[in-house]
Ligand binder design. Structure first.
Ligand code: SF4
Length: 442
């Protein structure tokens, strides 16, 4: 039995209110509306053929707002309003089909994210896909991922999800302890997880992932151990484990601030210890660590097309309210207001709100920090693509990581140690340009 590490909580950094996860570069806080014309110009350029193209569809509905959630989601929309949104979303995807830089291109990967994509009914889903198919070839996608909340699933809905081409189902389990699920405001309970998972296996999706979170409010060593035991028993094709962060706009952050107290979430070293424990348990039965958050069952896994494409500079059309995209070197994000989004799509205008064209060095840093989340970097890749020796260009960052025994460098290979991998997001700002190192991230 692998033992949980003993932690001296007095010496460790607390979980403060704020963002920790590095999802992109440069930081979102420097994207702005003045750059939206650059996004439009990129979409009106010559057709691009040298990078894969993906589609992200944001379904911003949830049954209930989790107390740690910081996404743009709605819990109060009725069926008619959901229909209005689906219509706008289909129109937005169609608008992209008319842009010259997208002529003749097909989606290599598609991601239904949320919110809760499985909040949609089978009829709504089928209608959305039928509308998209009027403008895009859907069948070319090598991977179609669909996020689900267990309590929204029925066997018949899972059959529809499979029929629309989904190859990878991602189940938002988060935890198996009902008290913890309740305390964190999750809409589902553990019996719904097991029932949904059995149905998903019966329907035979090629890949099933389960998401867990280490450090939910109320977490203990014993509860985490039992959750990992239950996750192991399910034998998912992959498991994703996030460490709980607490950005400003969550219910937990607001309640803690109002009470003048710290957020009731374990410190970072404890959370890393829980993830390390989970990694070792899964590795003991044959899983491989695929990033700072992910384990895969190697014999049943051919990689993540969405993740790996994005982390190597693919184009992504981000559709839906508040969605993020990246096209031909320009970051872009949609408006985050419901009516603004619906009105723009109805008027035949892309609902872009802010953008940022990035310089070649920023594209390099973006790929470097994203790829480092796998725990590995290959200097040869960056030499070939950007003509830059990353060991020399980022000597200070590599040297400091090496001095702290967080990275091992050998020739072209840089590998994070397990200690480094478990805190990878906290290390990545060392590679940022100086002007972006101490600014607000989101
Ligand atoms: S299910 Fe996900 S998107 Fe919905 S409220 Fe919870 S954390 Fe937010």
């Amino acid at each position: 039995m692998v033992q949980l590490p003993q932690i001296n909580n007095q010496e460790l950094p607390k979980t403060e209110v704020g963002s920790y996860f590095v999802a992109n570069y440069p930081p979102f806080s420097v994207w702005s509306s003045e750059h939206v014309p650059a996004a439009a110009a990129a979409l009106d350029g010559a057709p691009r053929t040298d990078v894969p193209l993906g589609l992200y569809l944001h379904i911003p509905f949830c049954r209930k707002r989790c107390k740690f959630c910081y996404f743009r989601v709605y819990t109060d929309k009725n069926a008619g309003e959901v229909d209005v949104y689906i219509d706008a979303l289909a129109r937005e995807v169609a608008l992209y089909a008319d842009r010259s830089a997208l002529n003749g291109r097909q989606f290599e990967f598609v991601y239904f994210g949320g919110g809760t994509p499985s909040f949609l009914s089978s009829q709504q889903l089928t209608r959305l896909i039928d509308r998209i198919r009027e403008h895009w070839t859907w069948e070319a996608a090598r991977e179609v991922t669909f996020e689900c909340e267990p309590g929204t699933l029925k066997r018949s809905k899972l059959e529809t999800i499979k029929e629309i081409g989904v190859t990878r189902l991602s189940l938002g389990v988060e935890h198996f302890d009902d008290e913890i699920l309740e305390a964190n405001g999750r809409a589902h309970k553990s019996p719904e997880i097991l029932r949904a998972y059995d149905w998903a296996r019966e329907v035979a999706f090629p890949q099933i992932n389960i998401d867990l979170i280490a450090g939910m409010v109320g977490e203990t060593d014993d509860k985490w151990k039992r959750t990992i035991e239950q996750a192991l028993a399910m034998e998912p094709d992959s498991v994703t484990i996030y460490q709980m962060e607490m950005p400003h706009n969550t219910v937990v952050s607001r309640e803690a601030k109002a009470a003048g107290q710290a957020v009731p979430v374990a410190d970072w070293a404890t959370k890393r210890g829980w993830v390390d424990y989970a990694f070792r348990q899964f590795e003991a039965v044959g899983y491989q660590v695929s990033s700072g958050y992910t384990l895969i069952k190697p014999e049943q896994h051919n990689g993540f097309v969405y993740r790996d494409s994005l982390w190597h500079g693919a184009d992504l059309i981000g559709t839906g309210v508040a969605s993020f995209g990246h096209f031909a070197g320009v970051h872009m994000q949609n408006v985050d207001g419901w009516q603004d989004y619906i009105d723009a799509c109805r008027a035949g205008k892309l609902p872009l709100n802010r953008a940022l064209p990035i310089a070649p060095k920023q594209a390099l840093i973006r790929e470097l920090v994203l790829q480092f989340k796998t725990g590995r970097l290959d200097a040869g890749y960056f030499r070939g693509k950007f003509g830059v020796e990353i060991r020399r260009e980022f000597a200070d960052a590599f040297d400091s990581l090496g001095a702290e025994r967080l990275v091992d460098v050998d020739g072209d290979s840089a590998r994070l140690t397990r200690k480094g991998l478990l805190q990878v997001d906290a290390l990545l700002p060392r590679f940022f340009e100086r002007t972006f190192q101490n600014i607000r991230y989101t």
